[in-house]
Design a protein around this ligand. Structure first.
Ligand code: ZN
Length: 146
């Protein structure tokens, strides 16, 4: 991974074999990002997508081992248990250009990955909500620089 820090964004280039989420987390930790958003495109493999079942409070997961286009990738950075936490969703397409999308649990870069991270001043805190069954944004705990 190579990345370039600009005034209000970080440009990230990933290469084949690199772990997409681990790399984003590394950048977030190295730059002490407590809130932010990101977007990206590229090609990925060994992808795990999921869909949250609110009744069971569990994710249904599906794996995509083959190389796919990363058509759309977006998400946010917040703090969970005091550490940077990545929440992201992706749309990928297979060899027939059939699209699949969902919560992204993991992916390896298959060719390249091109990402832009936009840090937000302040912090977004994520806390566990028992009713939902997930750690969600707790805006009463958040702080923002004006
Ligand atoms: Zn999600």
């Amino acid at each position: 991974m190579k990345y370039h820090v600009e005034d209000d964004r970080i440009i990230v280039a990933m290469m084949r074999g690199e772990n997409l989420l681990d790399n984003l987390l590394t950048v977030a930790k190295e730059h002490n990002i407590k809130a932010g958003t990101f977007t990206g495109i590229g090609a990925v493999e060994n992808v795990t997508l999921g869909r949250f079942d609110p009744k069971r409070k569990e994710y249904d997961k599906r794996e995509f081992p083959s190389s796919c286009e990363l058509v759309s990738f977006t998400g946010n950075i917040s703090l969970k248990d005091g550490k940077p936490f990545i929440h992201c969703h992706a749309v990928i397409t297979d060899h027939d250009l059939k699209a699949y999308g969902g919560h992204l649990f993991g992916a390896t870069v298959a060719v390249v990955g091109e990402f832009v991270i936009f840090p937000i001043d302040g912090e977004i805190i994520r806390t566990y909500d028992e009713k939902i069954g997930l750690a969600v944004w707790d805006l009463e705990e958040c702080s923002y620089d004006k």
